[in-house]
Design a protein around this ligand. Structure first.
Ligand code: ACO
Length: 318
């Protein structure tokens, strides 16, 4: 028994915030943001939208593409760092909004690696025969946890959601997944605040040492991609499409260069989406599936790194 992605979907909020808009909010420039990150614009959720609303839109499209209804879904995993509330999980709220009855539903918190973690987890359920059709979602509203006066972080992120349906299959889809974490780096990238005694304790905004994140990301992404191809007795030249977490075009380019993968085999959305954390990989995947770049039987590598630090890769045959 194997698991295969049978449908993808994504959703971006209507409002677009350009670099020029940001020039009016903080002391920055379009030139600085583009040259350091590759980002030109990002989408921002409205006040009344929550992560489960974005997830709902993306999930409906993925389910339609897979040809399944709410009756067919028997597992829901949502990767998010910006849940609707402390509890219940965003996955339970999404389950209710979709009208899916009585299946396991839970959130995964692995920051920007969240979708890779969620997909790897769903693969265990589906390929072991415990579930037939899992809905795996990355949904984020980072605009809620940005300090809009801090130019070092507010220019980097955006909001959005991406989803896939992972179904049982006799042919291999997911070939292997590789997950890692090192909590000793927890202070390098964090939102340290928490709720206690009816109030926010500590800083509720993103706190980041950008230079350390950059160096760590390039190193571990190269390592984990090699780990995945070696596990499958393949080489990086066998990869048809690299779908990296979309944090920064310079991280994406450096990783691709170290792996010897030409940029025309790399799906890039960071220019238009910014960094949407757990949503970035399924958003990029959906784009490349819908514009027909990705074809049946091609080899696709998903890889990501995020706060924790967490990092990982999923290698799959489309
Ligand atoms: N506009 C203008 N100037 C800025 C801005 C801004 N938005 N932000 C910082 N600066 C200034 C700094 O204050 C500094 O000024 P100084 O020299 O007078 O002190 C100068 O620009 C250079 O700052 P650096 O931090 O050294 O800039 P750097 O070239 O390292 O780029 C960046 C910063 C883009 C954050 C880079 O470190 C990076 O890409 N890191 C990776 C971080 C990342 O992608 N995080 C996403 C979350 S983690 C993840 O998804 C994996």
């Amino acid at each position: 028994m194997f698991s295969r992605i049978t449908g993808t979907g994504s959703y971006l909020p209507e409002k677009i915030l350009t670099n020029q808009d940001l020039e009016k909010l903080v002391e920055t420039s379009d030139e600085w943001i583009r040259s350091r990150t590759g980002i030109t614009q990002r989408h921002i959720a409205s006040e009344n939208q929550s992560a489960s609303d974005l997830a709902l839109n993306a999930s409906q499209k993925a389910m339609e593409a897979a040809g399944v209804t709410s009756k067919d879904i028997d597992l829901i995993i949502v990767a998010t760092t910006t849940p609707d509330m402390v509890f219940p999980s965003t996955a339970c709220i999404l389950q209710d909004k979709l009208g899916v009855e009585n299946c396991p539903a839970f959130d995964v918190q692995a920051v920007c690696s969240g979708f890779v973690y969620a997909l790897a987890t769903a693969d265990m359920f589906v390929s072991s025969g415990k579930c037939r059709n899992a809905l795996v979602v990355g949904s984020e509203i980072y605009s809620k946890i940005l300090d809009w006066n801090d130019r070092t972080t507010c220019v980097l992120f955006g909001d959005g959601a991406g989803a896939v349906v992972l179904s049982q299959s006799e042919e291999p889809g997911i070939l292997s997944s590789h997950l890692h974490a090192s909590g000793s780096y927890r202070d390098v990238l964090s939102v340290p605040g928490n709720i206690s005694g009816g109030a926010i304790q500590g800083n509720p905004y993103i706190n980041m040492d950008g230079g350390t994140v950059f160096k760590f990301a390039v190193k571990v992404l190269e390592d984990v991609v090699h780990e995945a191809v070696e596990k499958n007795n393949m080489q990086t030249s066998d990869i048809d499409w690299l779908i990296p977490h979309q944090a920064n075009i310079r991280i994406i380019r450096s990783t691709a260069q170290k792996l010897g993968i030409p940029l025309d085999k790399v799906v890039v959305t960071v220019d238009k989406h910014g960094n949407t954390s757990a949503a970035s990989i399924p958003l990029a995947l959906d784009l490349a599936v819908r514009d027909r770049r990705i074809h049946k039987d091609q080899l696709v590598m998903l890889e990501g790194v995020g706060g924790g630090f967490t990092w990982g890769a999923v290698l799959l045959r489309w």
